[in-house]
Design a protein around this ligand. Sequence first.
Ligand SMILES: NC(=O)C1=CN([C@@H]2O[C@H](COP(=O)(O)OP(=O)(O)OC[C@H]3O[C@@H](n4cnc5c(N)ncnc54)[C@H](O)[C@@H]3O)[C@@H](O)[C@H]2O)C=CC1
Ligand SMILES: O=C(O)[C@@H]1CCC=N1
Length: 283
Amino acid sequence: MKRAKEERPEMKKIGFIGTGSLGSMLIRGFVRNGVIGPENINVINRSPEKPLRLKEEGFSLRIYSNYRELINDSEIIFICVKPNDLPQVLERTGRVFPQTKLVVSTLLAPSLSDLEQIIDGKLIRIYPSVTQSTGRGVTIVTWGQAIGNQDRTVFLPYLNALGKYYVLPENLYRAAGDITSCGPAFMAAMVGALAEEGIKHGISPEIAGEMAVETMLGTALLLLERKLTFSELISQVATPGGCTAEGLKILEKSLPGIMDEIYEATCNRQEAVSESVRKALSH
Ligand SMILES: NC(=O)C1=CN([C@@H]2O[C@H](COP(=O)(O)OP(=O)(O)OC[C@H]3O[C@@H](n4cnc5c(N)ncnc54)[C@H](O)[C@@H]3O)[C@@H](O)[C@H]2O)C=CC1
Ligand SMILES: O=C(O)[C@@H]1CCC=N1
């Protein structure tokens, strides 16, 4: 009996414009989870060093210098450059992408609704995080207006390969992205500060670092596996009358204000970046 040909995601050729932190993370995450075959990765990056570094890691990339060739040879194209480099990329790719291709923006800005004014093509916006090369972490995703059910079916294996994903409207990108995309840096800063305090009082940097990371991992696993809420975990640690409760009083005083300040700062930055890209693209 003849079986309908099943579409295997690893058969698709995938293009990456920009292979910095995020582009590299996507390549590592997709290959690790088997959604891209090792021979199917097309890349173009401004400088040659980063793709070469990936090659040294064992990824057999096809490195391009011509943007249109990369687009012709790829079925899904991830744009992973900094927002201010987008105008230069669009100058070289053109603003019209064939309807047979999915074009995925990972950029902080412009928003998908702004991009849809500029680019003609099947657009998807994702906001991933660097943790996702491990297969864990969260992608936020918004489907463009031209994306249909078949396109979603094609793209879902790639989202699943990176961990969890949530489809959100763009007005929630900052609130969600502060947790998921900036979050790894914020968490590393907080856990690093815990380790620093230990170092200040005589623990070696190596041991303090290991202690902090192992404790962060154990905390995450406890929350996940035992399905504890944050406050349940806190009350398991904070023995009444003990030290943790004293430390927590200090955090409770400062943290909510700090988080509000962080949100305000990231929103302002996103707006400023959006405005600068909007201006650059309108020329
Ligand atoms: N790093 C992160 O955790 C996250 C980053 N993003 C977004 O992903 C995008 C990329 O961020 P990163 O990878 O962190 O930046 P990055 O600076 O590490 O990488 C950007 C890469 O783009 C290349 N590039 C610049 N202009 C180019 C051009 N015209 N053609 C080809 N390549 C070019 C650069 O050489 C560099 O390798 C940004 O827009 C950022 O907002 C989104 C979520 C998380
Ligand atoms: O800092 C940034 O703007 C990018 C987006 C989220 C993480 N890195």
